[in-house]
Design a binder for this molecule. Structure first.
Ligand SMILES: [Zn+2]
Ligand SMILES: [Zn+2]
Length: 133
């Protein structure tokens, strides 16, 4: 993982900490949050203390949306605990966590509403572009 343009930040914790403070990272996370109806934990749907977790570091700094998931502080911690000794894969551990957690219907519905609003906006935009031709 050699990233030339990311210099270690002042805290000296290395380039990764620097990356997490970079505009590139922050822009990426806020775009994802927009697309996903906010920073919402994928396990319990809370919006409090939500972290952005790397499912893989394979594409670090060039992450694909699927590489990143929003997790609350507690579930983030649990996920790392469970995958610590690599007995279970990150993907499996997340699937397990989700399965163990009951889905709050109301929160889920809110997310769906936000998604459909966004779709509507995009459709309108496409329509307006088509009409210009
Ligand atoms: Zn959670
Ligand atoms: Zn993490």
């Amino acid at each position: 993982m050699k990233i030339k343009y990311l210099k270690p930040d002042k805290t000296g914790k290395g380039w990764y900490q620097g990356y997490l403070k970079s505009k590139r990272w922050r822009r990426k996370v806020s775009k994802l949050a927009r697309q996903r109806g906010g920073k919402i934990c994928v396990v319990c749907y809370t919006r409090k203390n939500v972290h952005t977790h790397h499912m893989t570091y394979k594409r670090i700094t060039k992450e694909k949306p699927r590489d990143l998931v929003f997790l609350c502080k507690d579930h983030h911690f649990t996920l790392h605990e469970r995958t610590k000794n690599k007995a279970v894969s990150m993907k499996q551990a997340l699937t397990d966590l989700k399965a163990e957690h009951p889905r709050p219907v109301f929160e889920t519905r809110q997310v769906i509403i936000r998604y459909s609003d966004e779709l509507e906006r995009q459709n309108n935009h496409i329509r307006s572009l088509a009409m210009q031709k």
